[in-house]
Design a protein around this ligand. Structure first.
Ligand code: CP
Length: 300
């Protein structure tokens, strides 16, 4: 299982090292045929596509699975779907689902699961690609100041990133509308004003407003949000010279970040996406090896 950010520090470092070797051209193939499927009960562009590419680059056999056209539409539960796919011979499932910690009830099936996002719980593979992007830039996490801004309360990325960064020795700060901040999250960081945070941090992680997880409609217009909590062209001028901008995407240009800043010199947003393939290859290999599958390195 690779489910929540409760992955230990040793595993994080192992995955980062493997992902960096993969980024440099390390190439591996499994010794036996391995069947995997990607079950996305919530929409995705980056995570689903990069898992697909990662699996193919690792030489895995990807069995197409389209939730909308599956028997989920006839009421089949996630548990029965996962159990069915195991019975059919699948070796590993990558799953995204709107239910927090959906994977708990699946653990007794006995098929390895990689969590591609659970409700507002965790997004561990996004966390790993964020860590890789930060490490490539700064070469360390100790005492690095990382700001996470926006809809913290509904963000599985904020949860996973803050927890892992704190374990690695970084200092985590949060900002955004106070009503989108759950005091429970504060154990992994400190809540500060947005302007103060922008001036102080080495890494600024902006979050999308997760309307799909809100109980009520947002009271603030997107223009007001941008002026109060978005990274405007004016505010960006106050960032440290070496600081970087990150965002898990999808991005709402002109809301959480000014359009012009998305592809600016400080932005690592598209680098994050590229890194997603490397870390997902590392995660897939790690989970499969833990479940008895063997890989051999192919020398170029
Ligand atoms: N960052 C992320 O999870 O993007 P997708 O929803 O497109 O997968």
């Amino acid at each position: 299982m690779f489910t929540a950010a409760e992955v230990d520090v040793r595993t994080i470092w192992k995955l980062l090292e493997e992902a960096m070797k993969i980024a440099e051209g390390k190439f591996m193939k499994p010794k036996n045929e391995i069947f995997v499927a990607n079950l996305f009960y919530e929409n995705s562009t980056r995570t689903k596509t990069s898992f697909d590419i990662a699996e193919r680059r690792l030489g895995l056999t990807v069995i197409p699975f389209d939730v909308q056209n599956s028997s989920a539409s006839k009421g089949e539960s996630l548990y029965d779907t996962a159990k069915t796919l195991k019975s059919l011979g699948l070796d590993l499932l990558v799953i995204r689902h709107s239910q927090d910690a959906y994977y708990r009830e699946l653990s007794r099936i006995g098929i390895p699961i990689i969590n591609a996002g659970d409700g507002k719980g965790h997004h561990p593979s996004q966390c790993m690609l964020d860590l890789l992007t930060i490490y490539q830039e700064f070469g360390n996490f100790q005492d690095l100041k990382v700001g996470i801004v926006g809809d913290v309360k509904h963000s599985r990325v904020a949860n996973s990133d803050a927890e892992a960064l704190r374990k690695l020795g970084a200092k985590v700060y949060f900002s955004g509308p106070p009503k989108w901040f759950d005091m429970g999250t504060i154990i992994n960081g400190t809540f500060v004003s947005f302007e103060e945070l922008v001036r102080e941090v080495d890494v600024l992680i902006l979050l999308r407003i997760q309307h799909e997880r809100h109980d009520t409609q947002m009271q603030m217009s997107t223009d007001v949000y941008h002026r109060k909590y978005g990274l405007t062209l004016e505010l960006e001028k106050h960032m440290k010279r070496e600081a970087i901008i990150m965002h898990p995407a999808p991005i709402n240009r002109g809301v959480e970040i000014a359009d012009e800043l998305v592809e600016s010199s400080k932005s690592r947003i598209f680098k994050q996406m590229e890194n997603g393939v490397y870390v997902r290859m590392a995660i897939l290999k790690h989970v499969l090896e833990k479940n008895g599958h063997l890989f051999e390195q192919i020398l170029g």
